[in-house]
Design a protein around this ligand. Structure first.
Ligand code: NAD
Ligand code: TYD
Length: 351
């Protein structure tokens, strides 16, 4: 094997798409997928590659420093692509400590373990930290986040991700370990846990349940198809420059309410329902605390320097996502149980 790469969080939404891409595209890399399998991690996401020769799954917690140090000493990873995180803003509002532990302490544990194995062949190593545009805070009606925008996180989730970004950069400057960071906008696609807006709405429309829209639905997000994100990660991992940050975005801003109307139209068509049927399920509910108004990414650095661009039009990506959800009811039934049922009751029924 030419390289041994650790992908953390590879049983989650974006991580599973990334693991699949790397295992299939790089047969001469050994891909080690480390995941705690929280409510958001599901090995069913990557059943198709689990028996590949260049793939190994390790169950473990990035917060456990002893375990992490042993793992790094055993494999002496050439590269780390770090996605493991608590990732849902609403959960961070209800229970911030999990976010502090996994997103901050977990990241520092990985950095410390990586630093130890960097003593040899440092020039061939790389620690790639996957982050979010939410670290930049909230935009007004105008403007875009660039790599130079000051950090201004406003939820426990984004503050924990911002802290981890700062620590990754601090390790680059202080200990000279080779790092790269990317900050991406909202992803969508198959295998996304149905607590996030798009899969939650698809699932509710299908089951004739109300579609909860926070506030007036005027918040804006910049949506990117998950496989366009993983292609960008592949490029940045191989061609990005050490110490640099790259913004990744879809150039695809949507007000939540407009997105939901488009989704309802697609669902009516797919389910052979009368046009306008699903939109009747839209229900405006109490706003999210501290709800960021608008995120929008300027990804020109990535486009100009590494020649990346999003491949899918939004309507096409949304149709694919609807189809994935309609064709994978068993996957949804398996994840929408236990912890999720309790979470959903607490999050929405109190309103
Ligand atoms: P996800 O919640 O679907 O998956 C997270 C994965 O991390 C799960 O498999 C979970 O089991 C694992 N995990 C959680 N805590 C762990 C721990 N302590 N030890 C080991 N594994 C643990 O998240 P996602 O949407 O795939 O996001 C992946 C990464 O991308 C995150 O770092 C997130 O901040 C970032 N990101 C996400 C988006 C998005 O729109 N989803 C956008 C930009 C950046
Ligand atoms: P989400 O998918 O949670 O992503 P993020 O908060 O990381 O952007 O939410 C996307 C947008 O949809 C955000 O503005 C909050 C809103 N939203 C709702 O209106 N209703 C919901 O039930 C959820 C989960 C989100």
């Amino acid at each position: 094997m030419k390289k041994t790469i650790l992908i953390t969080g590879g049983a989650g939404f974006i991580g599973s798409h990334l693991v699949r891409l790397f295992v299939n595209k790089y047969p001469n890399y050994k891909i080690v997928n480390l995941d705690k399998l929280t409510y958001a991690g599901n090995l069913e996401n990557i059943l198709d590659i689990e028996n590949k020769k260049n793939y190994e799954f390790v169950k473990g917690d990035i917060v456990d420093s002893v375990f992490i140090n042993e793992l790094f000493l055993k494999y002496k990873f050439d590269g780390v692509i770090h996605l493991a995180a608590e990732s849902h803003v609403d959960r961070s509002i209800a229970n911030p400590m999990e976010f502090i532990n996994t997103n901050i302490l977990g990241t520092v544990n990985l950095l410390n373990a990586f630093r130890k194995i960097c003593e040899k062949n440092i020039s061939e190593k790389r620690f790639y930290h996957i982050s979010t545009d939410e670290v930049y805070g909230s935009l007004g009606e105008e403007g875009l986040f660039t790599e130079l925008t000051s950090y201004d996180p406003r939820s426990p989730y984004s503050a924990s991700k911002a802290s981890s970004d700062h620590l990754v950069r601090a390790y680059f400057h202080t200990y000279k370990i080779p790092i790269v960071i990317s900050n991406c906008s909202n992803n969508y696609g198959g295998n996304q846990f149905p607590e996030k807006l798009i899969p939650l709405a698809i699932n509710n429309i299908k089951n004739n349940k109300s579609i909860p829209i926070y506030g007036k639905g005027e918040n804006v997000r910049d949506w990117l198809f998950v496989e366009d994100h993983t292609k960008a990660i592949d490029l940045i991992f191989h061609k990005g420059k050490n110490g640099e940050t790259y913004n990744i975005g879809g150039n695809n801003e949507w007000k939540n309410i407009d997105l939901i109307y488009l989704l309802c139209k697609i669902m009516d068509k797919k389910l052979n329902r009368e046009n306008g049927y699903s939109a009747k399920l839209i229900t405006f509910v109490k706003d999210r605390a501290g709800h960021d108004l608008r995120y929008a990414i300027d990804s020109s650095k990535l486009q100009n320097e590494l020649n990346w661009e999003p491949s899918l039009q939004f309507e096409e990506g949304l149709e694919k996502t609807v189809e994935w959800n309609l064709n994978n009811q068993k996957w949804i039934n398996n994840v929408v149980s236990g912890d999720y049922e309790k979470y959903y009751e607490k999050q929405y029924k109190k309103r």
